[in-house]
Design a protein. Structure first.
Ligand SMILES: Cc1ncc(COP(=O)(O)O)c(C=O)c1O
Length: 390
């Protein structure tokens, strides 16, 4: 067994994120009858609050699953094997969603990027215009690509689809953007939005969320492809009264209810501004260190995570390991084709300004310990910014 390490572990992965004490305490409750009136009331309350975060007046389904489950639910409810699907391959999570779609027999038309920006809306427009027979049934994009820290502009994707007068469904992975930045399922005309509990929502892993439009529900009703656990129909029927076609993960609902209260008490515009401020501070630190940001497009910077490249010939994993060992802080690793080339600082969820200052100090000390060429002063640059914007 390892010796005791004094002080709090710094969990700075871009999900799971730190669990606030209030959320932990809320979970510490006995189970209740999930078919009784008390749980029904709790579920309806939680879903009402969730709607505000998703920006929808419609259904938000909750399944005991990670985000990957919601990816699968989106596909199996609305699409039929053989359907053409346009997917923007903006990073590793987009790639994994694509792999899942292919396993279900969908004909994926992937639009690759260099993983340093969001999806190319002009390319999406061109592909939709070229599809005169409307054989493309869905356009799938990841809002915040957690592997690259690049955002895709969802309103711009919707505008491209409208301009092309194309009826495909718009499906969005908001797993690492929800509760970190403004999200508008209804106003942006999104048909399916998928999310998870363990990132901006400050809840342990284990709940997946799916917001769905009337058009997505109609597609699922018309879809005869066999499915069971993920079938939206029994969910929609039983959830009108706050009940579920399975045993809900009720202690996570207690947690979610507390977390949603915290977000709404802080005020969503303040929550989003805080994330933007922390992201800017982190980027200033990276620039002062002389390190390159993985995201090359300033209009696409993610609010909840920053992926930073290490110089060629150096190991981002070596740096992360040194930081974990010496300073008790966990950072996100580089995924897929940028494995070992980037490290990711998660700054989403429950994070105070002094915690962020500590995070950046830890990275700066780690750069020194791991022998990564850099200039001193990144943490100071972040502090200068944060002090001026406190
Ligand atoms: C953008 C994005 N999509 C999907 C996933 C997969 O979600 P999960 O790990 O909850 O299944 C993640 C996980 O980090 C993610 O960041």
């Amino acid at each position: 067994m390892n010796a005791y390490v004094a002080g709090r572990h710094f969990l700075q992965t871009p999900g799971p994120t730190n669990l606030p004490d209030r959320v932990l305490r809320a979970m510490d409750n006995n189970a209740i009858n999930h078919r009784g009136p008390e749980f029904g009331r709790l579920a309806l309350t939680v879903i009402g609050k969730l709607r505000k975060i998703f920006g929808t007046a419609g259904i938000v389904a909750i399944y005991p699953a990670s985000g990957t489950g919601a990816w699968e639910a989106a596909m199996v409810n609305t699409l039929v094997p053989g359907d053409r699907v346009l997917m923007a391959r903006t990073g590793q999570f987009a790639q994994l969603w694509e792999d899942l779609a292919k396993r279900f027999g969908l004909a994926v038309e992937a639009h690759d990027t260099d993983w340093r920006r969001g999806a190319d809306t002009n390319e999406i427009y061109g592909a939709l215009v070229a599809d005169k027979a409307h054989t493309i049934k869905a356009v799938c994009v990841v809002h915040s690509e957690t592997s690259t820290s690049c955002m895709t502009d969802i309103a711009a994707v919707r505008a491209a689809m409208d301009r092309a007068k194309h009826p495909a469904l718009l499906m969005v992975d908001a797993i690492s953007s929800l509760a970190c930045t403004d999200y508008r399922h209804d106003a942006w005309g999104v048909d399916v939005t998928v999310a998870g509990s363990q990132k901006g929502l400050m809840v342990p892993p284990g709940l997946s969320f799916t917001a769905m439009s009337a058009k997505a529900i109609a597609a699922s009703e018309a879809n005869k492809t066999p499915r069971s656990y993920w079938d939206w129909a029994p969910y929609i029927a039983s959830n009108k009264t706050g009940f579920f076609p399975y045993t809900p993960a009720m202690n996570l609902y207690y947690a979610l209810n507390a977390a949603l209260d915290m977000l709404l008490e802080e005020g969503l515009p303040n929550v989003y501004a805080r994330h933007d401020r922390y992201a800017e501070a982190t980027r200033r630190a990276a620039r002062a260190w002389g390190l390159e940001l993985q995201c090359e497009d300033p209009s696409a910077y993610a609010p909840g995570v920053t992926a930073i490249r290490v110089p060629d010939g150096h190991s981002a994993d070596g740096l992360r390991n040194a930081i974990l060992e010496k300073f008790n802080m966990a950072l996100g690793n580089g995924l897929g084709r940028i494995n070992d080339k980037v490290f990711r600082i998660g700054h989403m969820g429950d994070l105070g300004v002094l915690q962020l200052a500590g995070v950046l100090a830890g990275v700066e000390m780690g750069l020194r310990v791991a022998g990564i060429p850099h200039k001193a002063g990144g943490a100071q640059a972040a502090m200068d910014f944060l002090a001026g914007n406190a």
